[in-house]
Design a protein around this ligand. Structure first.
Ligand SMILES: [Zn+2]
Length: 228
């Protein structure tokens, strides 16, 4: 990552977007002044902004709430609609701020529910109680990233294709079979969050965790270390 603090521009390679990203970042003094409602500095993505704190704080690696096994969703529970709204708002905020971000799982916001919000560019979609029902024998490796530790990339091994079932917000069952590779690996990542599993737990080998800064210095070399 190349930081130019006075011009406020950050460039980095995003696995999520599959390309190099350039985004405008806030000057450090603005970040330093931004305060959490409880009075502490909050370094979570999407919280410290020039407009004040956002409601959709994404938890950071190390927060024990990321390690809990999430509860199945009860569609009739009074907290369900607000949880869905918070999740989509957080994803939209992240996309607006960073220019990428395809999905977010409820535990990333400290919401103890088996719930994933997605947007692959075709509009928001909600996956309630999603489950992998089938997967390919074939696997592949990739550099994975996560909104909970965006400064790291982790080489992980994922199934090349999965089939998944989930409910939508109205309780209708959806079965999506033999998903393509990019959606498969994304959903394996998000469903791991529902079980308290993070990409760092799946680090594939002793050289499988790298800072984004180091990766972006030699993207060609790191590209040779994964299947794609
Ligand atoms: Zn993640």
């Amino acid at each position: 990552m190349t930081r130019q603090p006075w011009r406020g521009v950050t460039r980095f390679f995003s696995r999520a977007a599959g390309r190099r990203i350039e985004r405008r970042s806030r000057p450090r003094d603005v970040l330093a002044r931004s305060r959490h409602p409880l009075g502490r500095r909050d370094t979570s993505f999407g919280v410290a902004t020039c407009d004040g704190p956002r409601v959709s704080a994404i938890l950071r690696l190390g927060d024990p709430r990321l390690r809990a096994i999430a509860r199945p969703v009860d569609l009739a529970a009074p907290e369900f609609p607000e949880a869905v709204a918070r999740l989509h708002r957080a994803l939209a905020d992240f996309r607006a701020e960073h220019g990428f971000g395809r999905a977010i799982a409820a535990p990333q916001l400290g919401i103890d529910l088996r719930l994933v919000a997605m947007n692959l560019g075709d509009g928001p979609r909600t996956l309630v109680n999603p489950e992998i029902v089938r997967h390919s024998d074939e696997t592949f490796t990739l550099w994975d990233d996560c909104m909970c530790f965006p400064e790291l990339l982790v080489r992980v091994r994922r199934w090349t294709s999965i089939s998944i079932k989930s409910l939508d917000e109205e309780g209708r069952l959806h079965l999506r079979e033999r998903l393509p590779r990019n959606e498969s690996e994304l959903l394996q990542h998000e469903l791991d969050h529902l079980d308290g599993v993070l990409a760092v737990d799946r680090a594939d080998g002793p050289d499988a965790i790298v800072t984004r800064v180091d990766h972006d210095r030699e993207p060609g070399r790191y590209a040779t270390m994964v299947d794609r």
